[in-house]
Design a protein. Structure first.
Length: 105
């Protein structure tokens, strides 16, 4: 899923310096879950934002056992792709492996 840092971004894009270099990733209203309207691949879309706590505790409170939580980052062999090094400045994706807890069922 998209990382909550990514979905809470204002406009889900970098703030750029005058020379066009990404300056920083804007973040606002992180603790306010809900709809976020943005542009994705040229289309206006509505996404749902949730905090990391809401995502992980939602799974745990629903009887799941967390096995893996990873904030995905691009591998070293992709660092030659333009803009890829900036992907190390904030997490874009969150990977969670959760297994149904049989004792909870």
């Amino acid at each position: 899923m998209e990382h909550p840092i990514f979905t809470s971004g204002v406009g889900q894009d970098w703030v750029y310096a005058n020379e066009g270099k990404p300056q920083y990733w804007p973040l606002d209203h992180y603790f306010y879950p809900g709809e976020r309207k943005t542009n994705f691949l040229g289309f206006n879309v509505t996404k749902q934002h949730h905090t990391l706590t809401q995502i992980l505790m939602g799974l745990l409170n629903s009887g799941f056992k967390l096995e893996v939580v990873e904030e995905a980052q691009p591998p070293e062999e992709m660092m030659h792709i333009p803009g890829m090094k900036d992907e190390l400045r904030r997490p874009m994706m969150l990977l969670v492996k959760a297994i149904a807890n049989k004792s909870y069922l």
